[in-house]
Design a protein around this ligand. Structure first.
Ligand SMILES: C[S@@+](CC[C@H](N)C(=O)[O-])C[C@H]1O[C@@H](n2cnc3c(N)ncnc32)[C@H](O)[C@@H]1O
Length: 351
C-alpha cells in the first residue's frame, strides 16, 4: 500500500484520481479512495482504491468504480472539529467498530505495530526499542509480562502520574496491559489497577498476561471509555496512552473520567493532539484514524473539553521530539505538520 500524501496546510489541492481504479464513481461518492481506506478498516472490500491522495470532489470522473456490496452512502464517515462522527448513516459506534477491528487484529498478531498504526508500510517496530524512544527504561520493558508491550503508546504517562503506594489507578484503553503492569509496581500490594479496553482480544491478552505472571491487584474490564464500567468517585489517578484520540466522542470520555475520579483525583495522559487543523481528506481517512492520527483534537479543544467537564489545573504539553516517531507511522506524508504527542494533566477539584 502506498502512503497517503497529505496536502500542505495552505495548498489548493486538486483532485487527481491517482491510485484509483478508474471508471465511473458510484452514485453519491465524492471521495471514493477515502471510503476504500475506511472499508478496509472494517473488513469490507471497498472501492478498489489503494492509495488516497484524492480530495473530495464534485466531479466523479476521476473516481473509482465500486467493488463493494454496500451502498456508498453508508460507508462515509466525517470527523468534526471536536472529533465527533457526523456521518449521515454511520454512528460513533461504527467508528468504534472500525477501531475495535483494527486493534483486534493487532492483538491477535495479524498485524505488526506499523500496520497497527493504520496499515501504512511503516517498518515493523520493535516494541521494546519503540518504548525506550517514548521514555520508558529498559528495566520497565523487562519487568512486564511478555506480550504486554506491543509498542502502541505515544508517550509515558507513568512519568507524569507520580503514582503512590495504595492508590487506585485506571488505565483508559489498556491494550495488552503494559502501563497497568508498570503501575502495579508503583501502587504496591495495597493499591489497585484497573485497565479498560473495548477490544475483546486485547482484554483477553492482558488477562492472560496477568494470570501467567500471578498479578493479584490488577484487573482488566471490557468496556468503552465513553461509558466506563467503573463506579463514581473511586479512582485516584487516570492514566491513558494513545487512546483518547481514537474516541469519536471525546467530551463524553472526559466527563466519564471526571465521574469516576475521587475528588482531588488526577489525570495523567499521553495522547496525540493537533496543533494545526487536519485537512478534511485526512480527517475522513479511517486508516489515519485507527492509526491514532486523524482523530486528534486541537490542543485548545482538549483544554475546553476538560474545562467543560469540571477539571482544573489543566495542562496540555506538546512534545516536539515525538515527531521523530510519528513520522514513521505514516511515512511519506506530512502528518507531523499537524499532530504531535502531548502530555495531558488535570485535576478534579477536591470540593
Ligand atoms: C493505540 S492502542 C494503545 C494501547 C495501550 N494504551 C498501550 O499503550 O499499549 C489503543 C487501545 O485503545 C483501545 N480503544 C480505542 N478506543 C477505545 C474506546 N472508545 N473504548 C475503549 N478502548 C478503546 C483499543 O482497543 C486499543 O487497545
Amino acid at each position: 500500500m502506498s502512503a497517503l500524501k497529505l496536502p500542505k496546510k495552505d495548498e489548493n489541492v486538486v483532485q487527481t484520481g491517482e491510485g484509483c481504479c478508474g471508471g465511473p464513481a458510484p452514485e453519491g461518492v465524492a471521495a471514493c479512495c477515502v471510503k476504500d481506506a475506511e472499508a478496509k478498516a472494517i473488513g469490507e472490500e471497498g472501492y478498489g482504491c489503494d492509495t488516497a491522495p484524492v480530495q473530495a470532489s464534485t466531479s466523479p470522473s476521476a473516481c473509482c468504480g465500486t467493488t463493494s456490496s454496500q451502498p456508498p452512502e453508508e460507508t462515509s464517515v466525517a470527523i468534526s472539529e471536536s472529533g465527533a462522527s457526523l456521518s449521515n448513516a454511520q454512528s460513533n459506534d461504527s467508528v468504534r467498530q472500525a477501531v475495535r477491528q483494527q486493534y483486534g487484529r493487532v492483538a491477535a498478531g495479524d498485524e505488526g505495530c506499523g500496520s497497527g498504526r493504520g496499515g501504512y508500510d511503516a517498518p515493523m517496530a520493535n516494541a521494546a526499542i519503540e518504548s525506550q524512544r517514548l521514555g520508558y527504561t529498559a528495566e520497565d520493558v523487562r519487568s512486564v509480562p511478555s506480550g504486554a508491550n506491543m509498542g502502541l503508546g505515544c508517550g509515558n504517562p507513568q512519568a507524569i502520574a507520580n503514582l503512590k503506594s495504595g492508590e487506585t489507578v485506571l488505565d483508559l484503553g489498556s491494550g495488552g496491559g503494559f502501563d497497568c503492569f508498570l503501575a502495579v509496581r508503583q501502587v504496591g500490594d495495597s493499591g489497585h489497577v484497573i485497565g479498560v479496553d473495548m477490544t475483546p482480544e486485547m482484554v483477553s491478552k492482558a488477562r492472560d498476561n496477568a494470570e501467567k505472571s500471578g498479578y493479584q491487584n490488577v484487573e482488566f474490564r471490557l468496556g468503552e471509555i465513553e461509558s466506563l464500567p467503573v463506579a463514581d468517585d473511586t479512582v485516584d489517578v487516570i492514566i491513558s496512552n494513545c487512546v483518547i484520540n481514537l474516541s469519536p466522542d471525546k467530551p463524553r470520555v472526559f466527563s466519564e473520567a471526571y465521574r469516576v475520579l475521587k475528588p482531588g483525583g488526577r489525570l495523567a495522559i499521553s495522547d496525540i493532539v493537533a496543533f494545526a487543523e487536519l485537512p478534511e481528506v485526512a480527517r475522513q481517512d479511517m486508516t489515519l484514524y485507527t492509526g491514532c492520527m486523524a482523530g486528534a483534537s486541537m490542543v485548545s479543544d482538549v483544554e475546553a473539553m476538560l474545562r467543560a467537564s469540571g477539571f482544573t489545573e489543566i495542562r496540555v504539553a506538546p512534545k516536539d521530539e515525538s515527531k521523530s516517531f510519528i513520522r514513521d507511522w505514516a511515512p511519506g506524508t506530512d502528518i507531523t505538520e499537524y499532530v504531535v504527542s502531548a502530555t495531558i494533566e488535570a485535576v478534579k477539584p477536591a470540593t
